[in-house]
Design a protein around this ligand. Structure first.
Ligand SMILES: Nc1ncnc2c1ncn2[C@@H]1O[C@H](COP(=O)(O)OP(=O)(O)O)[C@@H](O)[C@H]1O
Ligand SMILES: [Mg+2]
Length: 216
């Protein structure tokens, strides 16, 4: 069992979009997956409710104390994906504590990069007391195809000294289109969107596999 949190206090960075698609891609790989909606705004809940036979299970936890009890619930799944809350420091701190991996989606904009600063400090402080857990990494999200911005952002993110995923998530209509029906890009005819989502999942799984080997 591994817990992956998708966190960034900035709204609109793509947390819910990435959480739902990431969860579904892990499900497609044959893993059992639970999505945890930790955001009182309830976007992941709304997404889940929009599709009657959603193949992914979802639970809403809107208090930090509930997140602390997540580890026992998570034991029944291969992966738990937590869709992060905006601005709620206690909630974000609780998610960091229970996570094996924190994925930080950032839009290719300087405001988004600056806004990640406190979150990175939180994660690094936690890593110091735990010998490196949770692992963490950025993913550049909502990149407009054909622009150079994605690579400029990578250079800017280097200052944080946290890994940046090779995969970027592109700005594509298929993400909101499928979300509005409670679906994911795995239900649409868009090979590029499926490929980037699967590539992102594989990158995270590879990091989690090395983390497990180090502990063993
Ligand atoms: N890769 C993408 N392509 C197109 N639209 C996106 C993409 N990622 C997110 N969006 C849209 O941007 C808005 C914010 O995304 P969301 O996932 O809700 O972010 P967050 O959960 O961080 O607030 C939503 O309307 C969503 O549909
Ligand atoms: Mg959200």
């Amino acid at each position: 069992m591994s817990i992956i949190s998708v966190l960034n206090p900035k709204g609109g960075s793509g947390k819910t979009t990435i959480s739902t698609n990431l969860a579904r891609s892990l499900h497609e790989m044959g893993y059992s997956v639970l999505i945890v909606d930790s955001d009182p705004q309830g976007s992941a809940r709304d997404w889940h409710a929009a599709c009657e036979d959603n193949p992914i299970e979802l639970v809403a936890l809107d208090r930090p104390n509930n997140v602390k009890t997540l580890t026992s619930m998570a034991a029944n799944y291969d992966y738990v994906v937590i869709d992060g809350a905006a601005k709620l420091e206690d909630m974000i701190a609780a998610c960091i504590k229970v996570s094996d991996f924190v994925l930080i989606p950032v839009q290719p904009s300087p405001y988004d990069i600056w806004a990640a600063s406190d979150l990175v400090d939180f994660i690094k402080a936690r890593q110091e007391v735990t010998d490196g857990s949770p692992r963490a990494g950025f993913v550049v999200s909502r990149v407009v195809e054909g622009t150079r911005l994605g690579s400029d952002v990578r250079t800017a993110l280097d200052d944080y000294a946290l890994p940046v995923c090779e995969t970027t998530i592109t700005q594509r209509q298929v993400y909101p289109q499928t979300a509005s029906e409670g679906l994911t890009v795995f239900d649409a005819d868009n090979a590029k969107a499926r490929a980037e989502t699967t590539a992102l999942s594989n990158e995270i799984l590879a990091v989690l596999a090395t983390a497990t080997r180090e502990v063993a």
